[in-house]
Design a protein around this ligand. Structure first.
Ligand code: PMV
Length: 304
């Protein structure tokens, strides 16, 4: 019997980089998912395949399998197949999504039950094991779905009560290295602590204000534009990202910013009633547009 679990990708709406220094951030699951199908084998081998060209040896899938075997107290040989609706390694949370979907698929094949908070915890452990360090943002969002307000100091997340957020993501075709970008912000801060601390604090204030705007109404686009300017000030912008951001705004997006680590990767535009026009404008600039909205459901078993 094949069991398929899926988990959504994510965008950071507000607060990337500042969240590394303890400021709050807001991230949302997107309606593009990764699917992990698992079937028991007769032997003890693990055979992993993927529809995308992933030649990285599947470290996330392997670590997720190991931790799930440990958690359930059982194991077996497996055929695992991965399918994705969004590009991997683009800053859209594919690593966390594939990790938590693997945990749920394998635990289900083994007849075990894992509560969501433990799936998120195992997903975070996988990311830490593979990358050395990781925040709880991606593993929480992909497990729980919806929009989350992240409080990094307390390592807790709160659901943000929001209906629809029509977005267009623009992918540059190649993600920057999150680790190197975080280090570059740190170096800039060491040279200019009084300036950088004020910028980082301002980004945190934007996330707090944005939570209220998302829940009660207000101009979210304006806050995205301010956040983009501050990310530029942190030095994580690129010419391509700026071109997509300005093209999106000119095509009628209410706001647009870098999403994630920057240095390449993706930008995101908030585009109520203008998603097609904004996607077209990003494409004209050479970007890969992805029309997305917020996905309420996190990791789940696919039936049928
Ligand atoms: O590009 P991503 O999805 O890896 O996002 C990185 C976000 C940072 O705030 C820069 C780092 C982090 O761990 O929160």
């Amino acid at each position: 019997m094949t069991v398929t679990a899926s988990a959504p990708g994510k965008v950071i709406l507000f607060g990337e980089h500042a969240v590394v220094y303890g400021e709050p951030a807001i991230a949302g699951a997107i309606d593009k998912r990764i699917y992990v199908s698992v079937e028991k084998r007769g032997d003890n081998e693990m055979n992993i395949s993927s529809s995308h060209e992933l030649r990285d040896g599947y470290p996330y899938v392997k670590a997720a399998a190991e931790l799930t075997f440990e958690y359930i107290g059982d194991g077996c040989g497996l055929d695992i197949n991965i399918d994705s609706e969004f590009p991997p390694a683009s800053g859209l949370g594919s690593s966390a999504a594939v990790s938590v979907a693997t945990v749920l698929a394998i635990s289900t094949v083994l007849g075990g039950k894992i509560p969501k908070e433990d799936i998120a915890r195992l997903g975070h452990m996988v990311e830490k094991k593979v990358q050395g360090a990781a925040s709880i943002t991606d593993s929480s969002v992909t497990t729980l779905g919806g929009v989350l307000f992240i409080k990094p100091k307390l390592e807790i997340v709160e659901a943000v009560n929001v209906r629809e957020i029509p977005l267009v993501v623009g992918y540059t075709g190649k993600a920057g290295s999150t680790k190197e970008l975080v280090e570059s912000v740190n170096a800039l801060r060491e040279n200019n602590p009084e300036v950088l601390d004020a910028i980082i604090h301002s980004i945190g204030r934007i996330a707090v204000k944005a939570k209220g705007v998302l829940e009660e109404g207000g101009d979210m686009g304006e806050l995205m534009n301010i956040n983009h300017g501050l990310l530029e000030a942190l030095g994580v912008g690129t010419e391509k990202l700026s071109r997509y951001v300005y093209a999106a705004r000119e095509a009628g997006a209410a706001g647009a910013k870098i999403t994630g680590a920057g240095g390449g990767g993706c930008m995101a535009a908030y585009a109520p009633n203008r998603q097609d026009e904004v996607a077209h404008a990003i494409e004209e600039e050479g970007g890969l547009p992805l029309i997305v909205s917020i996905e309420d459901e996190g990791v789940r078993i696919e039936t049928g």
